[in-house]
Write a protein that binds this ligand. Structure first.
Ligand code: KG4
Ligand code: ZN
Length: 380
């Protein structure tokens, strides 16, 4: 079969990205423009600013992806774009641009679900490494700033199908990292700095109750699913951190750190760590340990329930070093292989969108001219 080169475009949140992938298995280029600096002063993504930044970055980033891959607009076979889920205004920039480009070039366009993209980031890299032994079905844990979910993914002759077997009832895991970092004045985004700080603290110092949902929530009258769901809940642990700060007299130090960091432009991790005492380091190490334990325990329980052959972990939080180490250890004990994306492919990127588009392109599943963005697009 001849090689197929797909140009992927991703703009669902705060990264404008474009990439060229060959036949769903080789990254030819992977260009990402991150808006972190724009949103940093606000401690979170500001949707209105995100859309404007996408508009500014999208043409240069696509040109860069084509140039890095040694391709031109004419030499690619198809385009792929993230249809959702994500921020509506951000998605619309990518979708409108991809539709216009596909129309102008008279090339096919494939619409991709962002969550499916994260799953295919891992599959793409394993194929790229020559690992063609992947076993299905698989259980995938998606953990980012906007999502925490478990999907059972199966491959059949028509392509891929997905079933949700767990999701967060409130905050996403990455959101909990970001909110805890914000309330402790550690900067934004919270995940990487908590990851770094946790290495210097004692993870057993503070006990957090397991953030587990064992019973249906009050008022939830939906019928019980045939098989159990493995839902997550992380707003409680964030509140527990806040209470700990209040009851242990930590607020003055937090305020001093906030004031000191506000003087610095783009503070580096070392500068933040220099402003942390032992109590703070122990608190973040304990918080991270509780998050990691909960994510792994639920994923392994779901994997056992659905009798899967392998595990995938994807999304920004998959970059967490303790999560990776513990997962590898505990999945090995359970006799399951677990795969993570490399750092560049664990955060939002367009290579994963081009890779997820490949089986759809082969199956002739193309976008129609009516394609629009869907902020809450489900994966199934
Ligand atoms: O997938 P992603 O780049 O964007 C979306 O949210 O879609 O994920 C970003 C999230 C942020 O919440 C960030 O704090 C978190 O991933 N994150 C981490 C780490 N690196 C990024 N969380 C924990 N540990 C990390 N090393
Ligand atoms: Zn994402």
């Amino acid at each position: 079969m001849r090689d197929i080169y797909i140009l992927g475009i991703e703009s669902s949140c705060d990264e404008t990205a474009a990439a060229v992938v060959r036949s769903g298995e080789q990254v030819m280029s992977n260009a990402v423009f991150s808006q972190i600096a724009t949103h940093q002063p606000y401690g979170g993504v500001v949707p209105e600013l995100a859309s404007r930044e996408h508009l500014r970055a999208i043409v240069p980033i696509v040109r860069q992806a084509l140039a890095d891959a040694g391709h031109t607009y004419e030499s690619i076979d198809a385009l792929a774009v993230t249809k959702g889920p994500g921020l509506a205004g951000s998605l619309l920039v990518g979708v409108s641009y991809a539709k216009a480009l596909a129309f102008a070039l008279n090339k096919p366009l494939v619409a991709v679900n962002h969550l499916e993209g994260h799953i295919h980031a891992v599959l793409l890299e394993e194929r790229q490494k020559g690992n063609h032994q992947l076993q299905f079905p698989l259980m995938t844990l998606g953990v980012s700033g906007g999502h925490t979910h478990l999907y059972l993914a199966q491959q059949n002759q028509h392509g891929w199908s997905y079933g949700n077997v767990g999701h967060t009832r409130d905050d996403a895991a990455g959101e909990a990292f970001d909110k805890v970092a914000k309330l402790l004045a550690l900067g934004y985004p919270g995940g990487p700095i908590i990851d770094a700080a946790a290495r210097h603290g004692d993870p057993t110092a503070v006990k957090f109750p397991p953030a587990q949902i064992k019973h249906r929530q009050r008022g939830d009258r939906s019928p019980q699913p045939e098989r159990p769901h493995f839902d997550f809940s992380y707003s409680g642990i964030k509140t527990a951190v806040l209470r700990y700060v209040e009851t242990h007299g930590m607020q003055p130090l937090v305020d001093r750190r906030r004031a000191a960091l506000s003087e610095l432009i783009k503070p580096k991790a070392d500068a933040v760590l220099a402003l942390c005492d032992h109590q703070t380091l122990d608190l973040v190490a304990s918080f991270q340990r509780a998050m990691v334990d909960d994510l792994i325990a639920k994923t392994l329980a779901a994997a056992q329930e659905y009798d899967v052959a392998m595990l995938l972990v994807s999304g920004g939080v998959a970059a967490n070093s303790e999560l990776r180490q513990s997962f590898e250890h505990r999945a090995a004990q359970a006799g399951l292989p677990v795969y993570f994306p490399s750092r560049p492919l664990s955060t939002d990127n367009a290579a994963m969108i081009a890779a997820a588009a490949y089986p759809k392109f082969l199956a002739g599943e193309l976008a129609t001219p009516e394609l629009s963005a869907e902020a809450t697009l489900p994966l199934n």
